[in-house]
Structure formats: structure tokens, C-alpha cells
Design a protein. Structure first.
Length: 309
């Protein structure tokens, strides 16, 4: 019997996956759990090897290990969901990233919030652990801050699978491939799916005490990465809007934000000598540029490169 399937997508980060799996082995819960790992590297399969090594050592939870050779985040997520829903009596599907470690009370905190709110989707807090010596200008950047909301309870939308619990019955209503595989390497298929669920009347909640910690590698603590992450977010946000609108209507609805992003980002960056402030302001311009790129059909594939190990 499995009450909760905890799903992890991985690619070329065996050390990160091991850290994630060890944190799940230390969960303080009496629930019946099965771990589902999907490795998106059909050649090296380092994630499967790391998980197998733990299983041989007597890992606490039963594991199902999948190989998904076609590159793409939604491809892996769809495979995880399909496998999770085959488990007898599964009630919830949780998702974590392979650069995250869960706190011992994480799962029970998620389930308490779901029981209290009746939400179809529950998201949880993501703390940050920055690798190496971090310059002061970078440590205060918004994209590197903890993802918290201050309190638990119902919310309008959850926008990420980086710490999420979804009712299994809700997933069954979404078809064989709920995540849009056209967004293979762009990112954003999770927010797109949850936006679609929101439009269908599904309910969302936030569990502030269901915490995981994301390890951010030094290769992501650079001005280039932070700016391009803003560009990618703008692009995938526009792709999500275009899913439910025409290009003309999407452009009209976002015109003020796009123009404002360029003005605040461009002029604002020129008016400060502080590096951290300049990068934050430039990020607004990059986000606006990403929205324009999506309107013209350009897709930046951020996830072609793997960060971390």
C-alpha cells in the first residue's frame, strides 16, 4: 500500500539526488511512502546508479526507478506522474527537485495543510543554501532569497513543482501528459499546468512549515545567470499567457509591464553605482525582453545546461 508517492526528476546530479533521498529517509512520518525517481540521462544514468546504491544498502522506502532518455523536464514529470498513479491506493503525489533536501516534518506538514484546506495542490517553503563564498551584492538578490509566504493557508496559485503535493485524483483528471512537453528545456511547464488547473477551479494552499532547502551552486550565483533567469521567467510567463490567449491579446495585456520593465530596468540600472541594485533593475528589462521573445516565437532553453552535481 502507498499513500504518498514522492517523485524526483534528476539529470546528471547524483550527489544532489543522494542528498535528497537521504533527507527523505529521515522523514518523521508514519505514512506509507514510495519514492519514484526518473533519470533524464539515458546514457550515464548516474541518478539511477545513486538510487540503486542506496537501495542495496537497505534504504527505508520502496523505490521505483525510471529511465526517461528523451531530454525534457515535462517529459520526466509526465513519466513520474504516470508511474505514481499506478501505485495501489496512492492518494497524493509529491514532487521535489534533485537539488533539495526535505526537513524531517516536511511531509506531515504538507498533509496537515491539505487536510485543513481541502486544496488540490499544496506548495511549501523553499529555503536556500548558497555554495561557496558569496559576494554581498549577490546574496541579497531576490532570486536567491528563501521562497516563503509568512503563513499557511489557501492561496490563489502555486507556481512550481519544487516542493509540492498534488491530490492523485486531481492528476487523473488531467490526461496522460499533464505537463506540456513542448516546453521541454525552457522550464515553466509546472506554472503552466497549475495556471490551467486554476482556470478549471482547482484549489491551492501554502504550507509555510513544510520546508525544503535548495542547494544553489556557485555557477548560478553570477550576474549572467541571474539576468538570464529573469529573461527565462518572462519568456515562460508569456508562453503560459499565450496558452489561453491570442498573441494580440497577450501583447495588449502585458504591454504596460513590458514597457515598464524596459524603462525601470534600463534607466534604473544607469542611475545606480551599486552592483546588486543594478543587476536587480536590469533583471526587469531582461524579463520584459523575455516576454517579447515569447511573443515572436523565440524560446531560450535554459535547461540544456545542468548546474550542480
Amino acid at each position: 500500500m502507498t499513500e504518498i508517492a514522492i517523485c524526483i526528476a534528476t539529470r546528471q546530479r547524483p550527489a544532489g539526488l543522494r542528498r535528497t533521498l537521504l533527507s527523505l529517509a529521515a522523514l518523521d512520518t508514519q505514512r506509507q511512502v514510495t519514492i519514484v525517481v526518473a533519470d533524464n540521462d539515458g546514457d550515464k544514468r548516474e541518478g539511477i546508479a545513486a538510487a540503486e546504491a542506496l537501495r542495496v544498502q537497505g534504504y527505508r522506502w520502496p523505490m521505483r526507478l525510471l529511465s526517461v532518455p528523451t531530454p525534457g523536464i515535462p517529459q520526466v514529470r509526465n513519466a513520474l506522474v504516470a508511474e505514481a498513479l499506478t501505485l495501489p491506493d496512492v492518494q497524493f503525489v509529491a514532487m521535489l527537485d534533485d537539488d533539495e533536501a526535505a526537513e524531517p516534518h516536511w511531509l506531515d506538514a504538507m498533509l496537515r495543510c491539505q487536510a485543513a484546506t481541502g486544496a488540490d495542490v499544496v506548495g511549501g517553503a523553499v529555503l536556500r543554501e548558497l555554495e561557496g563564498q558569496v559576494a554581498p551584492w549577490a546574496s541579497s538578490h531576490p532570486l536567491l532569497q528563501p521562497k516563503t509566504r509568512g503563513a499557511s493557508g489557501p492561496v490563489d496559485l502555486i507556481d512550481s513543482t519544487a516542493n509540492v503535493l498534488i491530490a492523485a485524483e486531481t492528476l487523473r483528471t488531467l490526461g496522460d501528459k499533464p505537463f506540456d512537453e513542448a516546453m521541454a528545456l525552457t522550464g515553466g511547464s509546472d506554472k503552466q499546468l497549475f495556471t490551467r488547473m486554476q482556470r478549471a477551479g482547482r484549489r491551492f494552499a501554502w504550507a509555510e512549515d513544510a520546508r525544503v532547502t535548495e542547494l544553489i551552486p556557485a555557477s548560478r550565483i553570477t550576474s549572467k545567470w541571474l539576468l538570464m533567469r529573469g529573461y527565462r521567467i518572462g519568456m515562460t510567463d508569456m508562453i503560459t499567457i499565450l496558452t489561453h490567449s491570442t498573441p494580440l491579446k497577450a501583447a495588449a495585456s502585458e504591454a504596460t509591464r513590458i514597457v515598464g520593465g524596459f524603462v525601470v530596468g534600463g534607466l534604473g540600472a544607469a542611475l545606480t553605482l551599486d552592483r546588486g541594485t543594478r543587476i536587480v533593475r536590469l533583471g526587469k528589462a531582461y524579463r520584459a525582453a523575455g516576454k517579447l521573445a515569447a511573443l515572436t516565437g523565440h524560446h531560450y532553453e535554459e535547461y540544456r545546461k545542468v548546474h550542480g552535481a
